[in-house]
Design a protein around this ligand. Structure first.
Ligand code: ADP
Length: 314
Protein backbone atom coordinates (compact mmCIF):
# COMPACT_ATOMS: atom_id res chain seq x y z
CA UNK A 1 0.00 0.00 0.00
CA UNK A 2 1.25 3.48 -0.84
CA UNK A 3 0.84 6.00 1.98
CA UNK A 4 1.23 8.79 -0.55
CA UNK A 5 0.99 8.62 -4.29
CA UNK A 6 1.38 11.72 -6.44
CA UNK A 7 0.95 11.81 -10.20
CA UNK A 8 1.84 14.64 -12.59
CA UNK A 9 1.33 17.29 -9.96
CA UNK A 10 1.70 20.83 -11.23
CA UNK A 11 1.35 24.19 -9.57
CA UNK A 12 1.45 27.54 -11.29
CA UNK A 13 1.05 30.46 -8.88
CA UNK A 14 -1.01 33.46 -9.96
CA UNK A 15 2.21 35.42 -10.61
CA UNK A 16 3.12 32.82 -13.23
CA UNK A 17 5.75 30.97 -11.15
CA UNK A 18 5.72 27.28 -12.06
CA UNK A 19 6.53 25.81 -8.65
CA UNK A 20 5.79 22.17 -9.57
CA UNK A 21 6.23 20.94 -13.12
CA UNK A 22 4.75 17.43 -13.13
CA UNK A 23 5.84 15.69 -9.96
CA UNK A 24 5.47 11.91 -9.53
CA UNK A 25 6.15 10.57 -6.05
CA UNK A 26 5.40 7.37 -4.13
CA UNK A 27 5.90 6.80 -0.44
CA UNK A 28 5.27 3.30 0.85
CA UNK A 29 3.34 2.61 4.05
CA UNK A 30 5.73 2.39 7.01
CA UNK A 31 8.48 4.30 5.28
CA UNK A 32 10.56 7.11 6.72
CA UNK A 33 10.93 9.39 3.75
CA UNK A 34 12.92 12.56 3.15
CA UNK A 35 12.04 15.25 0.67
CA UNK A 36 15.18 17.24 0.05
CA UNK A 37 15.88 20.25 -2.07
CA UNK A 38 17.32 23.75 -2.11
CA UNK A 39 15.27 26.81 -1.25
CA UNK A 40 12.66 27.55 -3.87
CA UNK A 41 12.70 23.96 -5.17
CA UNK A 42 8.98 23.45 -4.49
CA UNK A 43 8.99 21.47 -1.21
CA UNK A 44 6.59 23.77 0.65
CA UNK A 45 4.28 23.94 -2.34
CA UNK A 46 4.23 20.14 -2.57
CA UNK A 47 3.55 19.71 1.15
CA UNK A 48 1.00 22.54 0.96
CA UNK A 49 -0.97 20.70 -1.71
CA UNK A 50 -0.85 17.38 0.15
CA UNK A 51 -2.08 19.10 3.32
CA UNK A 52 -4.81 21.01 1.45
CA UNK A 53 -3.34 24.45 2.17
CA UNK A 54 -2.43 25.13 -1.45
CA UNK A 55 -4.62 24.44 -4.48
CA UNK A 56 -2.99 22.36 -7.15
CA UNK A 57 -3.13 23.39 -10.80
CA UNK A 58 -3.30 19.81 -12.13
CA UNK A 59 -2.44 16.26 -11.18
CA UNK A 60 -3.50 13.70 -8.62
CA UNK A 61 -2.75 13.14 -4.95
CA UNK A 62 -3.77 9.96 -3.13
CA UNK A 63 -3.33 9.30 0.58
CA UNK A 64 -3.63 5.61 1.39
CA UNK A 65 -5.45 5.23 -1.90
CA UNK A 66 -7.96 7.99 -1.12
CA UNK A 67 -8.20 10.76 -3.71
CA UNK A 68 -7.48 14.04 -1.97
CA UNK A 69 -9.94 15.87 -4.20
CA UNK A 70 -12.89 13.50 -4.21
CA UNK A 71 -12.48 11.90 -0.77
CA UNK A 72 -10.97 14.84 1.05
CA UNK A 73 -12.30 14.28 4.58
CA UNK A 74 -11.28 10.62 4.66
CA UNK A 75 -7.90 11.37 3.11
CA UNK A 76 -7.21 14.21 5.55
CA UNK A 77 -8.11 12.01 8.52
CA UNK A 78 -5.13 9.80 7.61
CA UNK A 79 -2.78 12.76 7.77
CA UNK A 80 -1.00 14.54 10.63
CA UNK A 81 0.92 17.70 9.83
CA UNK A 82 3.66 19.52 11.71
CA UNK A 83 4.22 22.89 10.08
CA UNK A 84 7.52 24.69 9.91
CA UNK A 85 6.44 27.71 11.94
CA UNK A 86 5.36 27.31 15.55
CA UNK A 87 1.62 27.98 15.38
CA UNK A 88 0.40 27.13 18.87
CA UNK A 89 -2.10 29.06 20.89
CA UNK A 90 0.46 30.25 23.43
CA UNK A 91 -2.05 30.96 26.19
CA UNK A 92 -3.76 27.61 26.04
CA UNK A 93 -2.87 24.67 28.27
CA UNK A 94 -1.13 21.73 26.63
CA UNK A 95 -3.93 19.29 27.39
CA UNK A 96 -6.55 21.70 25.99
CA UNK A 97 -4.55 22.20 22.81
CA UNK A 98 -4.63 18.47 22.17
CA UNK A 99 -8.26 17.91 23.19
CA UNK A 100 -9.36 20.77 20.92
CA UNK A 101 -7.37 19.37 18.03
CA UNK A 102 -8.98 15.96 18.51
CA UNK A 103 -12.34 17.75 18.41
CA UNK A 104 -11.60 18.93 14.86
CA UNK A 105 -11.57 15.28 13.85
CA UNK A 106 -14.89 14.52 15.49
CA UNK A 107 -13.36 12.57 18.37
CA UNK A 108 -15.59 12.50 21.49
CA UNK A 109 -14.44 14.50 24.53
CA UNK A 110 -13.74 11.40 26.60
CA UNK A 111 -11.77 9.69 23.87
CA UNK A 112 -9.99 13.01 23.15
CA UNK A 113 -8.74 13.23 26.73
CA UNK A 114 -7.45 9.67 26.52
CA UNK A 115 -5.66 10.35 23.26
CA UNK A 116 -4.28 13.67 24.52
CA UNK A 117 -2.68 11.82 27.41
CA UNK A 118 -1.30 9.18 25.08
CA UNK A 119 0.23 11.76 22.72
CA UNK A 120 1.62 13.94 25.52
CA UNK A 121 3.17 10.91 27.18
CA UNK A 122 4.67 9.79 23.91
CA UNK A 123 6.37 13.19 23.50
CA UNK A 124 7.33 13.29 27.20
CA UNK A 125 5.14 16.31 27.95
CA UNK A 126 2.50 14.74 30.16
CA UNK A 127 3.90 16.25 33.36
CA UNK A 128 3.61 19.72 31.76
CA UNK A 129 -0.01 19.23 30.69
CA UNK A 130 -1.44 21.98 32.89
CA UNK A 131 1.02 24.62 31.75
CA UNK A 132 0.40 27.07 28.96
CA UNK A 133 2.33 26.62 25.75
CA UNK A 134 4.15 29.91 26.19
CA UNK A 135 6.08 28.48 29.16
CA UNK A 136 7.65 25.71 27.12
CA UNK A 137 11.16 25.79 25.70
CA UNK A 138 11.60 25.87 21.93
CA UNK A 139 12.30 22.14 21.76
CA UNK A 140 9.22 21.34 23.86
CA UNK A 141 7.03 23.53 21.64
CA UNK A 142 8.16 21.50 18.65
CA UNK A 143 7.39 18.29 20.51
CA UNK A 144 3.97 19.68 21.41
CA UNK A 145 3.29 20.35 17.74
CA UNK A 146 4.14 16.71 17.01
CA UNK A 147 1.90 15.53 19.87
CA UNK A 148 -0.90 17.69 18.45
CA UNK A 149 -0.38 16.22 14.97
CA UNK A 150 -0.58 12.69 16.41
CA UNK A 151 -3.70 13.08 18.55
CA UNK A 152 -6.07 11.70 15.90
CA UNK A 153 -3.65 8.80 15.28
CA UNK A 154 -2.80 9.60 11.67
CA UNK A 155 -1.22 6.87 9.55
CA UNK A 156 0.97 9.42 7.78
CA UNK A 157 2.85 12.16 9.57
CA UNK A 158 4.31 15.00 7.51
CA UNK A 159 6.84 17.35 9.04
CA UNK A 160 8.02 20.47 7.23
CA UNK A 161 11.58 21.27 8.33
CA UNK A 162 10.99 19.93 11.86
CA UNK A 163 14.41 20.90 13.11
CA UNK A 164 15.05 24.15 11.22
CA UNK A 165 16.92 26.53 13.48
CA UNK A 166 17.00 24.24 16.53
CA UNK A 167 20.27 23.36 18.19
CA UNK A 168 21.93 20.03 17.61
CA UNK A 169 20.91 18.51 20.95
CA UNK A 170 17.22 19.22 20.41
CA UNK A 171 17.56 18.02 16.85
CA UNK A 172 18.98 14.70 17.99
CA UNK A 173 16.32 14.21 20.65
CA UNK A 174 13.66 14.93 18.00
CA UNK A 175 15.25 12.26 15.81
CA UNK A 176 14.76 9.80 18.68
CA UNK A 177 11.08 10.65 19.02
CA UNK A 178 10.50 10.45 15.28
CA UNK A 179 12.27 7.10 15.04
CA UNK A 180 10.00 5.72 17.79
CA UNK A 181 6.86 7.03 16.09
CA UNK A 182 7.93 5.42 12.84
CA UNK A 183 8.82 2.15 14.59
CA UNK A 184 5.30 2.13 16.05
CA UNK A 185 3.94 2.02 12.50
CA UNK A 186 3.39 5.63 11.41
CA UNK A 187 4.70 6.53 7.97
CA UNK A 188 6.78 9.70 8.15
CA UNK A 189 7.68 12.21 5.47
CA UNK A 190 9.91 15.11 6.33
CA UNK A 191 11.33 17.96 4.37
CA UNK A 192 14.75 19.04 5.40
CA UNK A 193 17.85 20.63 4.06
CA UNK A 194 20.04 18.87 6.59
CA UNK A 195 21.55 15.97 4.69
CA UNK A 196 22.79 14.46 7.92
CA UNK A 197 19.24 14.39 9.26
CA UNK A 198 17.89 12.68 6.18
CA UNK A 199 20.75 10.22 6.21
CA UNK A 200 20.27 9.32 9.88
CA UNK A 201 16.52 8.87 9.75
CA UNK A 202 15.23 8.07 6.33
CA UNK A 203 15.08 4.92 4.27
CA UNK A 204 14.00 6.61 1.05
CA UNK A 205 14.59 10.04 -0.35
CA UNK A 206 13.37 12.24 -3.15
CA UNK A 207 15.28 15.28 -4.25
CA UNK A 208 13.31 18.08 -5.81
CA UNK A 209 14.89 20.86 -7.80
CA UNK A 210 13.15 23.61 -9.73
CA UNK A 211 9.78 21.91 -9.46
CA UNK A 212 10.97 18.50 -10.65
CA UNK A 213 11.97 15.31 -8.86
CA UNK A 214 15.59 14.74 -9.86
CA UNK A 215 16.23 11.72 -7.63
CA UNK A 216 13.89 9.20 -5.99
CA UNK A 217 15.65 6.24 -4.44
CA UNK A 218 16.83 4.46 -1.34
CA UNK A 219 18.79 6.72 0.97
CA UNK A 220 21.83 4.44 0.87
CA UNK A 221 21.93 4.58 -2.93
CA UNK A 222 21.73 8.36 -3.02
CA UNK A 223 24.39 8.72 -0.35
CA UNK A 224 26.68 6.43 -2.33
CA UNK A 225 26.25 8.71 -5.32
CA UNK A 226 27.00 11.75 -3.20
CA UNK A 227 30.22 10.19 -1.99
CA UNK A 228 31.46 9.67 -5.50
CA UNK A 229 33.28 11.99 -7.84
CA UNK A 230 33.74 11.28 -11.47
CA UNK A 231 36.77 12.62 -13.35
CA UNK A 232 37.42 12.67 -17.06
CA UNK A 233 41.12 12.40 -17.83
CA UNK A 234 42.57 13.28 -21.23
CA UNK A 235 45.54 11.20 -22.16
CA UNK A 236 48.47 12.20 -24.35
CA UNK A 237 48.82 8.74 -25.90
CA UNK A 238 45.83 7.17 -27.63
CA UNK A 239 44.49 4.21 -25.66
CA UNK A 240 43.19 0.99 -27.15
CA UNK A 241 42.42 -0.67 -23.82
CA UNK A 242 41.60 0.44 -20.34
CA UNK A 243 44.83 0.72 -18.34
CA UNK A 244 44.93 -1.35 -15.12
CA UNK A 245 43.29 0.79 -12.43
CA UNK A 246 42.75 -1.71 -9.65
CA UNK A 247 40.32 -0.52 -7.00
CA UNK A 248 38.78 2.17 -9.21
CA UNK A 249 35.77 2.02 -11.46
CA UNK A 250 36.99 3.24 -14.81
CA UNK A 251 35.81 3.36 -18.37
CA UNK A 252 37.42 4.25 -21.69
CA UNK A 253 35.21 6.92 -23.26
CA UNK A 254 37.30 7.44 -26.39
CA UNK A 255 40.91 7.01 -27.51
CA UNK A 256 42.02 9.95 -25.44
CA UNK A 257 39.40 10.05 -22.73
CA UNK A 258 39.33 8.00 -19.58
CA UNK A 259 36.56 8.21 -16.98
CA UNK A 260 37.50 7.35 -13.39
CA UNK A 261 35.26 7.22 -10.31
CA UNK A 262 36.82 8.22 -7.01
CA UNK A 263 34.79 7.48 -3.91
CA UNK A 264 35.24 9.00 -0.45
CA UNK A 265 38.42 7.69 1.15
CA UNK A 266 40.09 6.89 -2.15
CA UNK A 267 43.17 8.74 -3.20
CA UNK A 268 43.34 10.54 -6.52
CA UNK A 269 47.14 10.29 -6.40
CA UNK A 270 46.77 6.52 -6.62
CA UNK A 271 45.05 6.93 -9.99
CA UNK A 272 48.02 8.89 -11.31
CA UNK A 273 50.45 6.37 -9.81
CA UNK A 274 48.71 3.49 -11.59
CA UNK A 275 48.57 5.41 -14.87
CA UNK A 276 52.26 6.34 -14.67
CA UNK A 277 53.10 2.70 -14.00
CA UNK A 278 51.20 1.81 -17.17
CA UNK A 279 53.06 4.57 -19.04
CA UNK A 280 49.90 6.57 -19.60
CA UNK A 281 50.29 10.34 -19.39
CA UNK A 282 47.49 12.73 -18.54
CA UNK A 283 47.34 16.10 -20.30
CA UNK A 284 44.25 17.47 -18.56
CA UNK A 285 41.45 16.52 -16.25
CA UNK A 286 37.94 17.75 -15.48
CA UNK A 287 35.09 16.92 -13.13
CA UNK A 288 32.08 15.25 -14.62
CA UNK A 289 29.26 16.69 -12.61
CA UNK A 290 26.00 14.86 -12.58
CA UNK A 291 22.70 16.48 -11.88
CA UNK A 292 22.46 15.26 -8.32
CA UNK A 293 25.84 16.68 -7.44
CA UNK A 294 24.89 19.97 -8.99
CA UNK A 295 21.83 20.07 -6.78
CA UNK A 296 23.95 19.56 -3.72
CA UNK A 297 26.60 22.02 -4.76
CA UNK A 298 23.87 24.58 -4.96
CA UNK A 299 22.58 23.45 -1.58
CA UNK A 300 25.98 23.80 0.03
CA UNK A 301 26.10 27.39 -1.15
CA UNK A 302 23.03 28.07 0.89
CA UNK A 303 23.91 26.42 4.18
CA UNK A 304 26.93 26.15 6.38
CA UNK A 305 29.43 23.48 5.54
CA UNK A 306 28.96 21.75 8.87
CA UNK A 307 25.23 21.37 8.30
CA UNK A 308 25.95 19.70 5.03
CA UNK A 309 28.59 17.22 6.02
CA UNK A 310 27.54 13.86 4.68
CA UNK A 311 28.21 10.96 6.98
CA UNK A 312 31.36 12.43 8.44
CA UNK A 313 32.21 13.74 11.87
CA UNK A 314 29.38 11.98 13.63
P1 ADP B 1 10.78 25.42 -1.10
O1 ADP B 1 9.81 25.07 -0.04
O2 ADP B 1 11.46 24.23 -1.68
O3 ADP B 1 11.75 26.48 -0.68
P2 ADP B 1 8.52 26.73 -2.40
O4 ADP B 1 7.49 25.70 -2.67
O5 ADP B 1 8.34 27.63 -1.23
O6 ADP B 1 9.96 26.03 -2.35
O7 ADP B 1 8.66 27.67 -3.68
C1 ADP B 1 8.73 27.17 -5.02
C2 ADP B 1 8.64 28.35 -5.97
O8 ADP B 1 7.34 28.92 -5.92
C3 ADP B 1 9.60 29.47 -5.66
O9 ADP B 1 10.03 30.04 -6.87
C4 ADP B 1 8.75 30.45 -4.88
O10 ADP B 1 9.23 31.78 -5.04
C5 ADP B 1 7.40 30.28 -5.54
N1 ADP B 1 6.28 30.56 -4.61
C6 ADP B 1 6.05 29.95 -3.43
N2 ADP B 1 4.91 30.42 -2.88
C7 ADP B 1 4.41 31.31 -3.73
C8 ADP B 1 3.22 32.15 -3.72
N3 ADP B 1 2.34 32.11 -2.72
N4 ADP B 1 3.03 32.98 -4.79
C9 ADP B 1 3.92 32.99 -5.79
N5 ADP B 1 5.02 32.24 -5.88
C10 ADP B 1 5.28 31.41 -4.86
Amino acid sequence: MQALSIRQLTKVYSNGVEALKGVDLDVREGDFFALLGPNGAGKTTLIGIVTSLVNKTAGEVRIFGLDLEREQAAAKACLGVVPQEINLNHFDRLDNILVNQAGFYGITAREARKRAQESLEQMQLWDRREEIARNLSGGMKRRLMIARALVHRPRLLILDEPTAGVDIEIRRSMWGFLTDINAAGTTIILTTHYLEEAESLCRHVAIIDQGLIVEHDQMATVIRKLHREIFILNTIEPLNDLPPLDGFRAELLSEHELQVEVTAGQDLNAVFGLLSAADVHVSSMRNKSNRLEEVFFRLTDRTSEQEFEVGRGR
